[in-house]
Design a protein around this ligand. Structure first.
Ligand SMILES: Cc1cc2nc3c(=O)[nH]c(=O)nc-3n(C[C@H](O)[C@H](O)[C@H](O)COP(=O)(O)OP(=O)(O)OC[C@H]3O[C@@H](n4cnc5c(N)ncnc54)[C@H](O)[C@@H]3O)c2cc1C
Length: 207
């Protein structure tokens, strides 16, 4: 980072990259807040607009401009309920930062992640998450795809169905959901039907 020399932010927040006076794109920070001098961003360039083209064109050493931090999709530690994270594809980015932060700094409650992608190649950080779940008994990882080969060991179907199958106890859970609006809406419906109030379903809509 050139100037300022470090960035203070909360896990889940994003940076704003300018493309002209009234045009910006948001990118969540994938790295945890403990890393102040170097942040990691992670993008899906399939949408193919100016943000994707900018990302795809970046080369090591390029100087980039952005404003940060922004956003209220941040983990609330003072909430005593169990967190249920739900991510769709690249929507994993802010949740990856939150999970790294929680496990780095110590967190005493069980943590669950449902992570959906159209197929396994659309699940960035999947291998890291499998490894994390192998190391930590308090982290339950439920990867789910629409279609996967015979070697796929996770679930199949929709994100909302995987959430439903977990039968979360509405009174003791708080949800953090990130990805596309349609998925967020369906997951919220499932959770509200299980007794969560709408405010207990926190979300970050990427598209
Ligand atoms: C708070 C926030 C955080 C975000 N964090 C990230 C991030 O960490 N990584 C990242 O890759 N993107 C992230 N996005 C999305 C990002 O800001 C851009 O929308 C994305 O890069 C596409 O920009 P574009 O200019 O290439 O395409 P555009 O021309 O802006 O978009 C084309 C269309 O694709 C839709 N779209 C955007 N992203 C996706 C997607 N992944 N899958 C399907 N449709 C999509 C848009 O809504 C639009 O309809 C975030 C968005 C928000 C609001």
């Amino acid at each position: 980072m050139q100037e300022p020399l470090e960035l203070l932010f909360e896990a889940g927040q994003w940076v704003s990259v300018p493309f002209g006076p009234k045009n910006v794109r948001a990118y969540s920070i994938a790295s945890p807040p403990s890393s102040r001098e170097r942040i990691t961003l992670c993008a899906d360039v399939a949408p193919g607009g100016i943000g994707s083209a900018w990302f795809a064109s970046l080369r090591a050493g390029d100087v980039v401009e952005f404003k940060a931090p922004f956003g209220g999709f941040v983990f609330r530690r003072d909430d005593p309920r169990r967190p249920l994270f739900v991510a769709e594809e690249i929507g994993i980015v802010p949740i990856r930062s939150m999970l790294s932060d929680l496990f780095e700094t110590g967190f005493e409650r069980p943590v669950t992640l449902v992570y959906w992608g159209r197929d396994p190649s659309w699940l960035p950080y999947h291998d890291d998450l499998v490894a994390l779940a192998g190391r930590r008994a308090d982290f339950a990882y439920h990867p789910v795809v629409e279609s996967g080969g015979d070697d796929w060991r996770g679930g199949r179907g929709a994100a909302a169905d995987a959430v439903e199958a977990l039968a979360p106890d509405g009174g003791h859970v708080v949800a953090y959901v990130s990805g596309g609006g349609a998925m967020i809406d369906r997951v919220r419906e499932v959770l509200v039907a299980r007794g969560l109030d709408r405010k207990s379903v926190r979300w970050e809509k990427f598209w």
